[in-house]
Design a protein around this ligand. Sequence first.
Ligand code: F0G
Length: 458
Amino acid sequence: MKLPYAEPYKIKMVEAIKRATKEQRLQWIKDANYNLFNLTSDKVFIDLLTDSGTGAMSDAQWAEMMIGDESYAGSSSFLKLKSTVQRITGFKYFLPTHQGRAAENVLFSALVKAGDVVPGNSHFDTTKGHIEFRQAKAIDCTIDEAFDTSNLHPFKGNVDLNKLETVFKTHPKENIPFCIVTITCNSSGGQPVSIENIKAVSALCKRYDITLIFDSARFAENAYFIKKREVGFQDKTIKEIAKEFFSYGDGMTMSSKKDGLVNMGGFIALNDEETYKKATTFNIMFEGFITYGGMNGRDMGALAVGLDEATEFDYLESRVEQVAYLGQKLVDFDVPVQQPFGGHAIFLDANKFVPTIPREEYRAQALAIELYIVGGIRGVEIGTILADRDPVTRENRYPDLELVRLAIPRRVYSYNHMDYIAVALKNIFDTRNEAKHGYNIVEEAPIMRHFTVKLEKI
Ligand code: F0G
């Protein structure tokens, strides 16, 4: 008999999570104005709001915390992190920041100006925010396959080379500060980008003399997918694959809260000395001196160890395959989810799940609320509420997809938790036709309304 899979770690410390009754949750979610962001964490049984900063550190990382060097300048923890980043990414210059959006703020302050365009594959919200804040425009060049949740393309994060070249041809070079490729692509569902595509994007960028930057929050998960799915990479290590794709670009921004396996942190890595020097000034202004950039010494040490752990095959296999295990359970129950499964999350397709709820009544939000009521599970709506209103007409913008993201924290939940989530969803799915109504908005902010929106049940 073939031995079943078992995680390559054991547990040294546990954290209790509270169970509650459905009646309690009905009251709590009403008190929270049907906004899952308003729930305090003690009212959540399984928290899938995000995989960002919610992972469990290893004993080796905690040990590193104890020998953190808190010197303002030139700490040994900084040097340890810098050499790890250089070894793993191959980039020459390094600047720590307190998280991913801070890295964007610093780098884009150096590179992006009003009137610019920044092409890429479905830019993450904060990336787009930092581009638009500078009166520049983010242009989405993701392949069309990404927007069909049942299309089984193995690299749905890929950039459409024709779309990208059109951007290069129709804008002067001076207005394209860089092209940004997000690996894996969070906004299209944690979908990977192939090395073949990265190489082609790199060649195109070189032809038009455009800088190539990676938004690398989940770069290790991207490398895992390349090893598993792309011909010619089966025998390469994760570290070799990561080093290879980084070699095709000029720099990266990083949210260390994902594949850095830490709870807070970020960085920028670059090859160009001029850009590094410019970014340095903004780093000192916004983040802190260049050898800490908003991070504690101990946290830089833990990140150095985390980056090495996150780029090991055994860890990534346990991580990505746990997400896929949940996805497969849901598919077996006929629950409509995005496929192939993403690296960090499973996305429920609310248009297929609850078509009986009108779109004007926020069907993805209704599904996320139901999952909380039934199972105490907190996911997040990626649909009409998140898409905000049109800035001119103030009408709701209806995105192509109405999704609920179930982001799985790293090394936190067990396979039993996955089974629990799957059954909660199956039970909701079995009675889905009874769901006829969703929610009305009673109060909302002019932008980024999803964080604070207040809703009422119809
Ligand atoms: N880039 C990507 C692809 C991200 O997913 C995120 C954050 C960031 C940049 C910004 O990094 O949070 O450290 O400032 N994503 C989180 C999420 C918030 O839930 O997907 P940050």
